[in-house]
Design a binder for this molecule. Structure first.
Ligand SMILES: *[C@@H]1O[C@H](CO)[C@@H](O)[C@H](O)[C@H]1NC(C)=O
Ligand SMILES: *[C@@H]1O[C@H](CO)[C@@H](O)[C@H](O)[C@H]1NC(C)=O
Ligand SMILES: *[C@@H]1O[C@H](CO)[C@@H](O)[C@H](O)[C@H]1NC(C)=O
Length: 485
């Protein structure tokens, strides 16, 4: 299955599409002559076809370079959106200024057909396939290892309400609270303490800060021990049910599969034929409707269930996060066994298939116009000032195999260190941009640096393993919902 992972793959896709037509012609028998002619055409044009495509693309680029400043091409937004591998929608809240910036970026990126060809060649070598993952055979006998209790222990509490501070006249309660930089600095220490971690309420009388759930759903969620969860907000994606036949009865009995949706998305997926049954399920997913979304930016709202499952499911011991672009086709208990128990880890996340340095990630985010460039720079400058290093693959003691994660799949034990890391990472997304790939390494390294004697067992697995667990799709191609700054 080919994906539009890179800009250049778009061309490759077209090429193989034509090949497919020839092949499918070959399969029907009434079209023998067509096939032969098709083959002859193919033979004649195969070597030169690629050159033709390149030439056409070069002409397109030249005209785009010449006129790109004058018009906005929805088609190209589409291509770039598809080319982005990341789990988020492209920011189209752009005004004139932003689209100018965008066009300039495109020109810089493709400043000539030579560059295009080079990109094309180097990208063609990089195909991304799933790899073999040595899961256990069955789940019934899996036993949680006892030595997991050996993880760093302390007791973590969360800021529940914030009162109006004296001297502030216009106090606006926020879901993420109003953490000061001093409080932020202290929050990195692994010790008994109370940290900001979302779900901060304002003083009584003021409206809710958001992420409101039905009491019945809350009661259900508070009993979950093992959770698989995902979300779709702002109709950004299709609903994909976990592959039921790949999931054991044991797991179906023990695991809560929860899909968070806003009301708009619920009605959209209902129209598409996914209707809740009497008990509130669509397939294995229990649908939980979220009202009063805490952020205008849907991607930032999506970080609440992504990072804060230990808050949403307060009794849970384990959780698996799955981006809505993926369909789970592996038993969740086997996933826990493989990624956490076998590796003696409390947090597992995959590395990025391509980029390992935050410097590259920043460039890529700007190139694809993923977020307000000023806000990216503010965040990145802050991190550099606070000691974020470049990724150095030649360093034998490198603390992580990559400083850029592919965060669409996260496996967690809800231990104190793991929960603290989740809160800290969420707070970065709340304070700076919602691009969590930018804050992952900084948060991890600062946590480690602040607690040299208290280990945090994070396991960064290979991207190809992530691909083996779930089937990947594209996000729904839609104009993005309105976004905040
Ligand atoms: C527990 O952790 C300590 C250091 O963190 C280690 O020395 C010890 O071997 C561990 N015990 C077990 C049973 O894994
Ligand atoms: C931290 O809290 C735990 C229980 O919540 C307690 O047993 C422990 O003594 C506390 N540690 C410190 C250093 O206060
Ligand atoms: C971009 O971010 C900067 C700094 O955070 C902010 O001042 C500015 O208003 C934002 N621009 C847009 C168009 O949202």
């Amino acid at each position: 299955m080919a994906f539009y992972k890179f800009n250049a793959d778009f061309l490759l896709e077209k090429r193989s599409f034509i090949g497919e037509i020839f092949n499918s012609l070959g399969r029907t028998d009434h079209s023998f002559r067509v096939v032969r002619r098709g083959r002859r055409i193919a033979r004649f044009t195969k070597p030169s076809f690629f050159i033709w495509v390149l030439l056409l693309f070069a002409i397109f680029l030249i005209s785009f370079a010449a006129f790109g400043l004058k018009f906005q091409l929805p088609g190209n937004f589409e291509i770039l959106e598809r080319s982005s591998s990341s789990s988020h929608k492209f920011d189209t809240s752009g005004d004139g200024e932003r689209s100018v910036k965008f066009s300039n970026e495109v020109q810089q990126e493709f400043s000539g057909s030579y560059d295009v060809e080079k990109t094309l060649r180097s990208k063609r070598r990089k195909q991304h396939f799933p790899c073999e993952v040595g899961f256990s055979e069955a789940v019934d006998y899996l036993i949680e290892p006892q030595d997991l209790r050996n993880f760093t222990q302390f007791s973590l509490h969360y800021v529940d309400t914030e009162e109006k501070t004296l001297g502030i006249t216009s106090f606006q309660p926020r879901f993420g609270g109003h953490q000061t930089l001093q409080e932020r600095e202290k929050s990195f220490y692994a010790r008994n303490q109370t940290v900001h971690c979302g779900f901060v309420k304002g003083p009584s009388g003021l409206p809710s800060t958001g992420f409101d759930l039905d009491e019945k759903d809350k009661a259900y969620m508070s009993n979950c021990l093992v959770v698989v969860s995902s979300c779709i907000f702002g109709t950004s994606d299709f609903l994909r049910r976990p592959t039921s036949r790949k999931i054991s009865q044991f797991s179906k009995n023990i695991v809560c599969f929860v899909m968070f949706l806003d009301e708009q998305t619920l009605s959209k997926v209902s129209l598409e034929g996914h209707v809740r049954d009497d008990k509130g399920y669509i397939g294995l997913w229990r649908i939980v409707v979220v009202k009063n979304l805490p952020y205008d930016d849907m991607r930032r709202t999506g970080k609440v269930p992504k990072f804060l499952s230990h808050r949403l499911f307060p009794s849970s011991r384990y959780s698996i996060w799955l981006d809505s672009k993926m369909r789970l086709n592996t038993d969740p208990m086997l996933i826990l066994e493989y990624f956490l128990w076998r590796t003696k880890s409390e947090y597992a996340i995959s590395n990025h298939y391509d980029r390992h340095c935050v410097w590259e990630e920043v460039l890529q985010n700007k190139r694809l116009n993923k977020y307000n460039h000023t806000a990216i720079d503010e965040q990145f400058n802050f991190y550099q000032f606070d000691g974020l290093p470049k990724f150095d693959p030649s360093d034998p003691n490198i603390p992580l195999p990559s400083y850029v994660p592919e965060g669409s799949f996260i496996v967690r034990a809800h231990t104190p260190m793991s929960n603290l890391f989740s809160c800290l990472w969420f707070n970065e997304v709340d304070r700076f941009t919602s691009r969590d790939q930018l804050s992952f390494a900084y948060t991890y390294l600062k946590l480690r640096r602040s607690n040299p004697d208290q280990p945090f067992h994070l396991y960064m697995f290979k991207d190809c393993e992530r691909r083996a667990l779930a089937k990947l799709f594209h996000h729904r191609a839609l104009p993005s919902p309105p976004l905040g700054p």
